[in-house]
Design a protein around this ligand. Structure first.
Ligand code: OGA
Ligand code: MN
Length: 288
């Protein structure tokens, strides 16, 4: 083992210690990182004071990067492979549309037919206190279900809706929500998703899912809420307290995450994300 790993919590996560992600890395060294990514679901790289190009280059080792066509207004103005998660106002002074990104349990790009393999979020600016991110291990959560419940959900599909981001009632915010809904029609994915690399089963839901295919919202809600609540129990969770120049990478196929809004909104929180494209999954639900 070339790198030292330090476990971050019982549920998931490991810090990759003493690494410079910009240094040349052999295939076998990268293979170890990739293995750790599959084993731990979340990897933390601290003290990576790197450029945007270096962030992209390291991310590309894991696969093709999403150009975020599903989130046109969240992109970096000149680098489409970078998605902003920021409360820094836009150049014209209007609030950033990404200021509330990720405030519910979710997994990235699950409202598309090519849900993400993994995301690499780099911290540029963090408030004095608060603004942590929670991660949950949904494969461990699946394993903890009873055989009866595993059987019950085995063939269900959850419908993931876009445009569910919490925003304000201003005209600009509402126009953004409407735009998102237009870009991404609802997409159904198996509730029990088999991880394409590890073969492990995981609960693939989150708060973008409003109902199961073939069932009403009223019928679906209790079970969706139960499974989301179960998946995010403390024993399956890691809470990341950010430092500047952290890069946290997570596996979108077997984890959920959520940004906490417990900080002074007058302070700046600025993150930038690359999104590695995953394997095709699911189908569009025309009449959702
Ligand atoms: C994301 C996201 C959480 C955060 O970038 O995909 O959900 O804490 N961010 O900023
Ligand atoms: Mn996210």
């Amino acid at each position: 083992m070339t790198f030292k790993l330090r476990k971050l919590s019982h549920g998931l996560g490991a810090e990759v210690c003493d690494i410079d992600v910009t240094a040349p890395m052999s295939e076998s060294a990268f293979g170890e990182i990739h293995r750790a990514f599959l084993d731990y679901g979340v990897l933390l790289f601290r003290n990576q004071n790197i450029t945007r190009e270096q962030h992209l280059a390291f991310s590309r080792r894991f696969g093709e990067l999403d150009r975020h066509d599903a989130f046109p207004s969240d992109r970096h103005p000149t680098i489409p492979e970078l998605m902003l998660v920021t409360n820094e106002p836009q150049p014209d002074g209007t609030p950033s549309v990404s200021r509330y990104t990720g405030r519910r349990w979710h997994t990235d790009m699950s409202h598309t037919l090519e849900p993400s393999l993994g995301s690499l979020l780099r911290c540029w600016k963090i408030p004095g206190v608060g603004g942590d991110t929670l991660f949950a291990n949904t494969a461990m959560a699946y394993d903890a279900l009873s055989p009866g419940m595993q059987k019950l959900i085995a063939h269900l599909h959850g419908i993931h809706f876009s445009g569910g981001r919490k925003l304000d009632s201003t005209a600009a915010d509402q126009a953004h929500v409407a735009e998102q809904k237009k870009i991404s029609p609802p997409v159904a994915h198996p509730v029990v998703r088999v991880h394409p690399e590890t073969g492990r089963k995981a609960i693939y839901l989150g708060e973008k899912v409003k109902r199961f295919d073939g069932m009403t919202e009223d019928e679906s809600k209790p079970l969706i809420e139960y499974l989301n609540c179960h998946s995010t129990k403390p024993e399956f969770v890691y809470r990341h307290q950010w430092r500047e120049n952290d890069i946290v990478m997570w596996d979108n196929r077997c984890t959920l995450h959520m940004a906490l809004g417990d900080f002074d909104q007058n302070e700046r929180r600025h993150m930038e994300r690359t999104t590695v494209v995953g394997t095709p999954s699911g189908y569009v639900v025309a009449s959702a």
